[in-house]
Design a protein around this ligand. Structure first.
Ligand SMILES: C[S@@+](CC[C@H](N)C(=O)[O-])C[C@H]1O[C@@H](n2cnc3c(N)ncnc32)[C@H](O)[C@@H]1O
Length: 243
């Protein structure tokens, strides 16, 4: 089942994750792609593209195809990226029958909570990356760099206002998951209510990532990409060798 913020509460999502917050991060991803890809009219597939906040910047460099499980999130993306192709499907099983110069999987990869799911998403990326192309995986955490934390934030959009705490916890450090727990206070016009939304997300050691990526055939480089609040952030830059 999808979290409510990706489904019936999707109109609130732009407050939680504004498009402007993606500009600096996408610049880092574009630089990583630029080290490996040259040329014009490059194509990119994003798996778990959500509201299309990455695509909003990626489309300046790539012709983008965007896959997401949530029709409501795809609708948000269609509004800000009408020129992109949108496909409602599951990153573990989708097969588009074509390849791309680049495949990108951002924080949506954290929704892979078992090794089998992560392996399936990696297989999808491999099958859609052309020989000589690049896939980039950017999980929020790997096990070695994971830290628990709590933040409090607020945002307004039109006549909606939202205040929330976001708590990141790992109740069982021996399993492959962690939790992100949101406690929202939502206001719409004169109405106010509380709401909880809980995410169970995947957390894997760096060497599990490396093994799964190399097993399908990628040549992998781990790239350290520090950000404010994400000082230990790292991404997996995966080249598919020429045949
Ligand atoms: C945090 S959002 C991604 C936001 C995105 N980075 C952006 O730029 O807007 C995570 C997304 O992953 C999607 N998702 C979760 N599981 C998925 C799956 N198995 N296949 C495809 N998309 C999935 C959710 O529907 C959600 O839209």
């Amino acid at each position: 089942m999808l979290p409510r913020i990706y489904s019936d509460l999707v109109e609130w999502y732009p407050m939680l994750d504004p498009v402007e917050d993606h500009a600096d991060e996408v610049a880092v991803f574009l630089a990583a792609f630029d080290q490996k890809l040259v040329g014009r009219n490059l194509t990119l597939l994003e798996l778990g593209s959500g509201a299309g906040n990455n695509a909003f910047y990626l489309k300046q460099r790539f012709k983008c195809s965007l896959v997401d499980l949530s029709s409501a999130m795809l609708d948000l993306s269609r509004r800000q990226n009408p020129e992109c192709t949108h496909i409602e499907s599951d990153m573990r099983t989708v097969r588009l029958g074509r390849t791309f110069d680049a495949v990108f999987v951002h924080d949506a990869i954290c929704h892979m909570t078992t090794k089998d799911d992560l392996e399936a998403a990696i297989q999808t990326a491999w099958e859609h990356t052309r020989p000589g192309g690049v896939a980039l995986f950017a999980p929020d955490h790997v096990k070695e760099t994971f830290k628990e934390g709590k933040t409090t934030q607020s945002a307004s959009l039109g006549d909606r206002r939202m205040e929330w705490t976001e708590q990141t916890v790992d109740p069982d450090s021996d399993d492959s998951t962690y939790n992100v727990e949101f406690d929202f206070v939502m206001r719409h016009g004169a109405e106010t209510w509380d709401l909880e939304d809980r995410f169970v997300l995947g957390l894997f050691p760096r060497n599990t990532w490396m093994r799964l990526l190399e097993d399908v055939g990628f040549k992998v480089k781990v790239q350290h990409c520090p950000f404010e609040g994400f000082e230990s952030y790292e991404v997996f830059v995966c080249s598919r060798p020429q045949e």
